[in-house]
Write a protein that binds this ligand. Structure first.
Ligand SMILES: NC(=O)C1=CN([C@@H]2O[C@H](COP(=O)(O)OP(=O)(O)OC[C@H]3O[C@@H](n4cnc5c(N)ncnc54)[C@H](OP(=O)(O)O)[C@@H]3O)[C@@H](O)[C@H]2O)C=CC1
Ligand SMILES: CC(C)(CO)C(=O)C(=O)O
Length: 304
């Protein structure tokens, strides 16, 4: 399959590299220093058990993705519309776009631009960061759960799941991907905004009584919001899974913390803003989350 990676940062470079290794023809769209280093040295993945270096096609020109059968959509959510509008006029009409992004609001934005039928979604389980350009540092489990957003695209989602699995990536199909993405969002909202506000790794949040209590409050508020949307989630089970999974990622700097430390705009709107607005709309009190949302919004504005 011809695959274009739209946004070869941590997630895009990592999954693009695995697909390249698995025999797919992958083109990585990058920019700035990242692109310069990729062109000079190739891409290095520093995994838990091995380091791999891959060559491949690295470009700053979106037209080089025009012949892709599949786009791995991996920019931060603040860049979703801009990247989608660049790609839409140049892609083949039957090319599919799969979002590996966190949150649950990129899907709708992509469907509006590419059409409902062409967009798939993935819940992305991986811990990756770019310590220096051209090098992705990966820890923890690697897994994708893929699904369609409208029932008539299920055949496409199953086919893509198979293609990605056959490249050696643990990949599952889900008939209810948005619920799965909400579950991932619950994890992210519990830790990403707090970790970015106080610049702490997950282990520090888990070990400090006041920080842990704050994370628990956020988690409870977000769980109540999800319940009010009508999605049925076992709240106690979800709560304990979120905190036990965090134990497995103690040394991870969340992607939002990475953005803060690199002076990049954080994904505040698609993560906190989205849930805060949903809570307000549904009459669910979410004071902790709302406060963190205001603090992060201030930080994003100050950095612009
Ligand atoms: N990091 C993680 O462990 C995980 C992240 N996620 C989610 O995955 C998504 C991607 O995260 P992550 O990979 O960490 O983010 P990164 O910032 O590392 O990657 C995004 C990349 O896209 C590039 N980009 C943006 N716009 C363009 C453009 N027009 N042309 C070329 N390149 C462009 C960015 O460049 P620049 O840096 O110049 O802006 C950056 O290199 C997010 O939604 C995140 O929440 C999900 C699971 C785990
Ligand atoms: C914490 C993690 C790695 C969970 O997959 C994540 O989604 C993020 O850093 O944004």
């Amino acid at each position: 399959m011809k695959i274009g990676v739209a946004g070869a940062g941590a997630v895009g470079s990592f999954f693009g590299a695995l697909l390249h290794q698995g025999g797919h023809d992958v083109t990585f769209l990058a920019r700035g220093e990242q692109l310069e280093v990729l062109n000079q040295q190739g891409l290095v993945i520093q995994g838990e058990s091995e380091n791999i270096r891959i060559g491949g096609e690295f470009t700053g020109d979106p037209y080089e993705l025009a012949q892709s059968d599949l786009i791995l959509f991996c920019v931060k959510s603040n860049d979703t519309e801009q990247m989608a509008k660049q790609l839409h006029p140049i892609l083949k009409e039957d090319a599919l776009v799969i979002t590996l992004q966190n949150g649950v609001d990129n899907e709708g934005k992509l469907q509006e631009i590419f059409g409902a039928n062409r967009v798939l979604s993935a819940a992305t389980y991986v811990q990756v960061s770019m310590k220096v350009p051209g090098q992705v540092y990966q820890r923890g489990r690697v897994k994708l759960v893929i699904g369609e957003l409208i029932p008539r695209a299920s055949r496409k989602a199953k086919k893509i799941t198979e293609e990605i699995r056959s490249a050696g990536i643990d990949t599952q199909y889900s008939g209810n991907i948005l619920e799965r993405k909400w579950q991932k969002l619950l994890w992210n909202i519990t830790f990403n905004p707090l970790s970015a506000t106080i610049e702490a790794k997950l282990g520090e949040i888990l070990d400090s009584a006041p920080l842990r209590k704050t994370a628990e409050n956020i988690c409870r508020e977000a769980l109540a919001t999800v319940a009010a949307t009508g999605i049925t989630i076992d709240q106690e089970k979800a709560f304990s899974t979120i905190f036990s999974n965090a134990e497995l990622a103690r040394s991870h700097r969340t992607s939002m913390l990475q953005d803060r430390q690199r002076g990049k705009k954080m994904e505040v709107e698609s993560m906190c803003g989205y849930v805060v607005r949903k809570a307000r709309e549904l009459g669910v009190p979410a004071p902790t989350l709302e406060t963190i949302y205001y603090l992060l919004t201030f930080m994003n504005e100050r950095n612009q």
